[in-house]
Design a binder for this molecule. Structure first.
Ligand code: MF3
Ligand code: CO
Ligand code: CO
Length: 271
């Protein structure tokens, strides 16, 4: 099946919900400190989504997921379930992954926060993972291939002596939460479908400090590293524009531009 191309009206709605998702991560930042539980983070986000943003938290009851956001601490790769029993402590890292629905469209974004002052390895892993997200996004332009994104991410992760999780990937997004295409975070340049203006998808690399293997806990959701070493993730929802990319979930603390212009492939100029 072909990947959906959004209409200008759809894109406006994707921009609006993307902005709300970004603002939710900006809002939660002030609450992330030693002593807070992931259950409290979930309640604050849930209340903000519904009462302040007039939106719906997409994870709640999605395929049976019981909470409104995912909170993944230290060796938890993704889909951590918020709990009142999980108290964050100084030195932890926690990914908060929010997905909102507004006006029928989804915005999906996540960030790994520091709790107090993590050690040097955790800080380097989190920074490299954000750089991997940015390296993937910078490949996005019409005519580029999906595999270019994965290649850029894998190259940077492995050059940093970290590893890429293979079992979970980015995804097309719009009226549907998890749509085609699958956006792998590893791969070879020039492989996969060519990107076209109007496509919207997430890029959400999960990068491990140790080996790439993961395992699913018996709760059916929580994914952890098999070697129990640290892991980090960052995610944005991205639009392919006529000339490059637009990050629909861009925040004030992002260190990549919201809109980027791709390099025009040689030999296709009109001059
Ligand atoms: N937000 C996650 C993603 O990036 C998906 C979470 S699904 C849930 O695709 F059910 F676990 F919430
Ligand atoms: Co997400
Ligand atoms: Co996603």
């Amino acid at each position: 099946m072909a990947v959906e191309i959004k209409s200008p009206e759809d894109i406006e709605k994707m921009r609006a919900v993307g902005r709300l998702a970004a603002e939710q991560l900006e809002m939660i930042e002030q609450h992330i400190r030693p002593g807070i539980t992931t259950g409290e983070i979930d309640r604050i986000c849930h209340e903000f989504t519904i009462s302040e943003q007039g939106a719906t938290p997409a994870p709640l009851n999605y395929r049976g997921f019981p909470k409104s956001v995912c909170t993944s601490v230290n060796h938890v790769v993704c889909h951590g379930i918020p709990s009142d029993d999980k108290v964050l402590k100084d030195g932890d890292i926690v990914n908060v992954d929010v997905t909102l629905i507004k006006d029928g469209f989804h915005g999906d974004t996540s960030k790994t926060f520091f709790v107090g002052k993590p050690g040097i390895l955790a800080r380097r892993l989190v920074q490299v993972t954000q750089d991997c997200l940015y390296a993937g996004i910078r490949e996005v332009r019409p005519g580029a291939h999906l595999g270019d994104i994965g290649h850029a991410i894998q190259t940077l992760a492995e050059a940093s002596r970290f590893s890429v999780v293979r079992e979970y990937c980015g995804h097309g997004i719009g009226r549907v939460f998890h749509d085609e295409p699958q956006v792998l975070h590893y791969g070879r340049r020039g492989t996969g479908i060519p990107l076209k203006a109007g496509m919207t998808f997430t890029v959400e690399p999960m990068i491990n400090a140790g080996k790439p293997a993961v395992k699913l806990l018996p709760d059916g959701w929580t994914v952890v590293t098999k070697d129990h070493k640290l892991t980090a993730q960052w995610e944005h929802t991205v639009l392919v524009t006529d000339t490059g990319f637009e990050i629909l979930t861009h925040r004030q603390d992002d260190t990549i531009e919201r809109i980027g212009t791709g390099v025009v492939a040689s030999g296709t100029g009109t001059a």
